[in-house]
Ligand binder design. Structure first.
Ligand code: PA5
Length: 448
């Protein structure tokens, strides 16, 4: 069995094993509250059962819809923001060819994203592409009321209707939303769109293993059963043991909290594979929204090495010492590319001749972690054998579980995000949304 493993060797200069182990009792308690659904935010703990309880009929229906869309569309647009798109994007980008869009003979529809910003240029440029491509879309919003995806959907729905006619459009739109409430649900019912439900007890950022993540991932051509099986492996392990010695989830949660207690308030997720960029984005959202509240929480940041060693590397090596790193270490590449020998050796690289590029990357990783530890940046290492559906599934459940445990250690509700409302309230007041008359008057007075 390919294990997801974790090493904290490069942390022990900063926190002792005893300090890490001192979290054991708390962790036992938190695992229990998560599995028994008795902790803070317990009405949003449905995600914990997803790997073992996901319905076969639902998987089959997603696979059938994905097949239908793959046959009809060159492009599939995923409309959503935050937890309603980052999980799908993380998995799709991790597994896709780096130059997917330019592959000469594409097998898979190209997945594009909308509703994750309010950029007029972005949407206009997306329409330039969609004018010329056969496409279908999914609009994903649990609340069904989020402004960014609603705006993008309004524009793309009209574009689709003009391009294909109202009847054809019904085959090209899949709505993923609440089972009964929200404007999107109402619209989907009225327009008779195919619909999937976001379970009541699963919040956006924990929803990768619901249709929110699974449908786009399946449309992109990836095996959602393998993804779920990876998550299931970690779920089973979490049910077997909570021991910091034996369960990487417990060890990760304990270690990052022990570091936080030593004023390491920023955690930088590090990858050495550019296709993991969105996994970091997903992780940032998961941890940022789950932990950053009540004036507490580790700030989640991300870098892609070795690219960012030539930008953020300087700060990490010598800047303010309030950071630690968590490295996602991938042992094997998917492809093999050997470094050639040259006769003249003008670039002085013959000492690397016949090595795999990955061997150089590995030494960059090792050399960097040693340098960063020397620079007083602790370093947690999470290893997977290679990037595939199963291992990404493991990472997803691993991080979700560790996030919930960490949130409970911090004594916050890891499943709400009250702070996200502040910008929305101001934006609605500034835009004079009906119902915001009082706030509108106040805010416009403030900025006069
Ligand atoms: O994790 C979360 O709950 C959020 O990031 C939401 O996913 C995000 O705000 C989008 O919400 P909705 O799906 O209701 O449009």
């Amino acid at each position: 069995m390919e294990k997801l493993s974790i090493s904290i060797q490069n942390v022990l200069k900063f926190v002792s094993q005893d300090e890490i182990n001192s979290y054991q009792n708390e962790i036992d308690k938190h695992f229990e509250s998560i599995f028994q659904k008795t902790g803070k935010g317990n009405d949003f703990l449905g995600w914990v059962d997803l790997p073992s309880e996901i319905d076969e009929e639902l998987i089959k229906s997603i696979e059938a819809d994905a097949k239908r869309i793959r046959e009809m569309a060159e492009v599939f647009v995923v409309i959503g923001i935050g937890g309603s798109y980052l999980g799908a994007r993380a998995v799709i980008e991790a597994l896709s060819h780096s130059f997917e869009a330019l592959l000469p003979e594409r097998k898979n529809p190209l997945i594009l994203y909308a509703g994750q910003n309010i950029s007029e240029d972005y949407l206009s440029e997306l329409l330039d592409i969609l004018d010329k491509k056969d496409y279908a879309l999914t609009v994903i919003s649990k609340s069904g009321t989020t402004t960014e995806p609603a705006l993008a959907f309004r524009i793309l729905k009209q574009h689709l209707e003009n391009k294909y006619g109202i009847d054809e459009v019904r085959k090209r739109i899949i709505a993923i939303t609440d089972k009964e409430k929200g404007a999107l649900k109402e619209l989907a019912t009225r327009e008779n769109y195919s619909t999937y439900i976001v379970p009541d007890d699963v919040g956006g950022r924990y929803s990768v293993l619901t249709p929110v993540g699974l449908l786009p991932i399946a449309v992109a051509g990836f095996n959602i059963r393998k993804l779920i099986s990876g998550a299931l492996e970690i779920q089973k392990h979490c049910k077997q043991t909570t021991s910091i010695d034996e369960n990487p989830v417990s060890l990760y949660a304990a270690t990052r909290n022990a570091l936080y207690q030593k004023n390491k308030t920023i955690e930088i997720m590090v990858n050495y594979q550019p296709n993991l960029f969105y996994l970091t984005e997903w992780w940032k959202q998961l941890y940022g929204e789950s932990e950053g509240k009540e004036n507490k929480g580790i700030f989640p940041a991300g870098v892609s090495f070795t690219t960012d060693l030539h930008s953020m590397g300087q700060y990490i090596q010598e800047g303010l010492r309030n950071i630690f790193e968590t490295v996602i270490s991938v042992k094997n590449s998917k492809r093999e590319l050997l470094i050639p020998e040259t006769d003249d050796n003008l670039d002085k690289l013959n000492y690397l001749a016949e090595k795999k590029i990955t061997e150089v990357n590995e030494m960059a990783e090792l050399g960097t972690s040693i340098a960063h530890v020397d620079g007083n940046v602790p370093n947690i290492k999470i290893s997977v054998s290679k990037i595939n559906e199963k291992n990404i599934g493991k990472l997803i459940f691993f991080f979700e579980m560790a996030c919930a445990v960490s949130g409970y250690i911090l004594d916050v509700n890891p499943f709400d995000q009250p702070g996200v409302e502040a910008y929305k309230k101001n934006m609605f007041a500034l835009l004079k949304k009906p119902g915001f008359e009082k706030e509108s008057k106040e805010i416009w007075q403030r900025i006069k």
